[in-house]
Design a protein around this ligand. Structure first.
Ligand code: SF4
Ligand code: SF4
Length: 382
């Protein structure tokens, strides 16, 4: 099901029958969270423009509270203009899962949550652990009780691991990081989700701010004259029918307007143009890791794809390097990965970009130790 209503395109989330706007509102980057009413106004404006998917989480600062203020107003028109709410829990103890849900319901003043996520599955072990601790069973109970409508999962795992997880459990949808910058890393997960008819919401569609902050180097995402790189990067995702929603963490009205304009001016992108975008990463960044994961065979199990992707953030002067390593990839900031290297050189032989992985590993390690106690950790995860 796909159609155009208001100013946004809508797509069905998996096989739920629910039509969601292809641009969703991610509530993790409000410019000034202390301005509750001003932030809620931004949410209302998104709703007025046809956005109907709103994603938050208990650890996004005052996000649930801000959404709660906006939802109070939006509830007045929910019948004729439905909207859908997504939130999450990190808890591994079923009792605490329920407590988290109750808190979210209270903060946003709802009787149920539309899309409730098992939050931030970083590794297959972490998935198995939550399963073994009956987290999924608790989600099923909450659904039976009508407190949640759909059981979903959010993850930063590789595409292959995501595929395995979706085959293992009938999550109705998955939330994962995917953009013109790292599509190779999770493409298999997106393909599996589409095959199994699960919803796909992509977070970090602008590479955690890297794409707009380096518009000259991401020029290759533009397929129309006069479009911005933000529009180009969003249209790259909108063009992919496997993706239900691209979740943008809006900070202000300008960003909202740009995303709406990306949808309004959307024209199908040819497969040739898509291939051109995909190869653009290599052309524009001969020194950047493309997340292809060919190096993921380190004999001492150093998580090279994750560390090399984090190196990109150093290379592009991103503020979110530590967030990337710790929060996004779930890697320990205490471990000395570089010290484990036995200098076999296999990774560099395998690297599609012929990157100096060993040298970068040392730099990444130094930066982890140097920055770990400084607070660049924050909202760059999604
Ligand atoms: S050179 Fe070091 S990092 Fe690369 S594969 Fe060998 S042990 Fe792993
Ligand atoms: S093989 Fe090279 S480009 Fe691919 S993930 Fe590893 S470091 Fe990155």
């Amino acid at each position: 099901m796909e159609g155009e209503i208001w100013r946004v395109i809508y797509r069905e989330y998996g096989s739920t029958g629910i039509a969601l706007s292809v641009i969703g509102f991610g509530g993790m980057r409000f410019e000034n969270q202390d301005d509750l009413d001003g932030s809620a106004e931004l949410v209302l404006q998104a709703y007025e423009n046809g956005i109907n998917y709103f994603d938050t989480a208990p650890l996004y600062g005052k996000s649930e509270k801000i959404f709660g203020i906006a939802f109070k107003e939006m509830k007045k028109t929910r019948k004729e203009r439905p909207f859908f709410v997504s939130t999450k829990t990190l808890q591994e103890d079923p009792t605490k899962v329920r407590e988290d849900l109750e808190k979210s319901l209270k903060k946003m003043d709802f009787d149920y949550i539309d899309f409730y996520h098992v939050w931030a599955i970083l590794t297959p072990d972490a998935y198995q652990r939550r399963k073994a601790k009956n987290v999924l069973r608790e989600f099923e109970r909450l659904k039976e009780e009508g407190l949640i409508r759909h059981i979903c999962v959010s993850t930063h795992m590789t595409g292959e691991d995501i595929g395995d997880m979706l085959r293992d459990y009938p999550f109705e949808g998955v939330l994962l990081g995917y953009s013109a910058m790292n599509f190779a890393y999770r493409d298999h997960g997106v393909a599996t989700a589409a095959l199994l008819k699960r919803g796909v919401v992509v977070m970090n569609p602008l590479g955690g701010g890297i794409i707009p902050n380096h518009s000259d180097r991401f020029d290759f995402v533009r397929t129309q004259e006069n479009e911005t790189v933000v529009e180009g990067a969003l249209r790259f995702l909108i063009n992919d029918p496997r993706i239900t929603v691209a979740l943008v963490g809006f900070a202000n009205q300008k960003q909202l307007a740009e995303a709406i304009s990306a949808v309004e001016g959307f024209k199908p992108i040819s497969s040739e143009q898509i291939e051109n975008i995909k190869s653009g990463l290599n052309r524009s960044f001969d020194k950047l890791c493309t997340s292809c994961r060919y190096c993921d065979y380190c004999p001492v199990e150093i998580p090279l794809p994750q560390l090399m992707e984090s190196y990109n953030h150093l290379e592009l002067n991103s503020d979110y390097f530590i967030t990337r390593v710790g929060l996004h990839w779930g890697l320990s900031l205490e471990e000395d990965y570089a010290a484990r290297c036995i200098d076999c050189g296999l990774c560099e032989t395998l690297c599609t970009q012929k990157l100096p992985i060993r040298e970068r590993l040392k730099i990444v390690q130094q930066e982890i130790f140097r920055r770990k106690n400084k607070s660049d950790a924050g909202t760059g995860c999604c």
